[in-house]
Design a protein around this ligand. Structure first.
Ligand SMILES: [Zn+2]
Length: 294
């Protein structure tokens, strides 16, 4: 590479020298022979009898076709076998593209998915470290909604603002039943409830995902694994549970506890936009994997 570059510089200097210096046959003939010798291994059908202006043409042709062409083509990573075509500079491929970890093959098209941000309104859920569970749940749910819609799903949000789903002042049972009703009356294919966890032991952190007691854990497993993969959170696994929205739901359902607001570090992550995006991406990946297998 550097050898070729150096050689082409020398030849360019020779071209300039030839163009600026009055040419005689005695100069031209030996130079022509040198060039023919240089080019012999790569150029076929060379006209050994041409002199004068023919020499300049050969110089230009040799320098640009045989040396500069291949050198420029190195950057394009193209074949150097055909050197007669103009060199086309194409942009280098981007190196910032993140590898795609899932096969989103349109499996979500036509699917009706209910996204349920836990709590809201007068019920903020777990509150610690300047983080309100209901805010985290809503922020991640809205990101998940956008990703699901982009993947072709029809999304029903149980709430998309900071409010209760049943009329304010209703019982907790009525509030939770209102969320299930949205899934069942719309014949949803999936119900996914988003929550944040808390524990008196502030050292506890990590994501865990629940499934209805006695029913399949496949959806919960896919979501848990995908969330952990995207976020790097501690994998606290899956578990059967008797939460109201799982227990009374005829729609395939899961409940994600994204992390612990009682843990200072995880609370800060749950508060951050970039971490919320990772969680939403993880949940989406898990849902896609689930539908690919079921
Ligand atoms: Zn909750």
């Amino acid at each position: 590479m550097y050898k070729n570059k150096f050689l082409s510089y020398i030849l360019l200097l020779l071209v300039l020298f030839s163009a600026l210096t009055p040419m005689t046959v005695t100069h031209a003939a030996p130079l022509d022979n040198v060039l023919n010798t240089l080019a012999a291994s790569t150029v076929s059908g060379q006209d050994n009898t041409s002199h004068g202006t023919g020499l300049l043409e050969k110089l230009f042709g040799f320098v640009f076709d045989k040396l500069l062409g291949p050198i420029l083509n190195v950057f394009n990573n193209k074949s150097t076998t055909n050197t007669t075509h103009p060199v086309v500079i194409t942009p280098l491929p981007s190196t910032t593209t993140k590898p795609i970890t899932i096969q989103n093959n349109g499996v979500l098209k036509g699917k009706i998915i209910v996204v349920d941000p836990g709590h809201g309104g007068s019920n903020p859920g777990a509150v610690a470290n300047n983080t309100r569970e209901s805010d985290n749940n809503l922020a991640v749910s809205l990101k998940l909604r956008d990703k699901l819609v982009q993947a072709g799903a029809t999304v029903i949000m149980t709430r998309d603002t900071d409010r209760t789903v049943a009329p304010e002042g209703s019982s907790l049972g009525a509030e939770l039943q209102a969320r299930i009703d949205l899934a069942e009356t719309n014949h949803a294919d999936m119900f996914i409830s988003i929550h944040s966890n808390e524990n008196p032991d502030t050292s506890i952190a990590g994501a865990m995902t629940f499934y209805p007691n006695g029913k399949s854990s496949a959806l919960a497993s896919e979501v848990e694994n995908a969330v952990v993969t995207e976020t790097g959170a501690v994998n606290k696994g899956t578990s059967p549970a008797t939460f109201y929205v799982l227990r009374n739901n005829s729609v395939p359902s899961t409940l994600v506890e994204m992390g612990f607001v009682s843990n200072g570090e995880e609370a800060a992550l749950l508060n951050s936009d970039s971490y919320r995006t990772k969680i939403a991406q993880g949940i989406l990946n898990g849902i896609v994997k689930y539908f690919n297998n079921n």
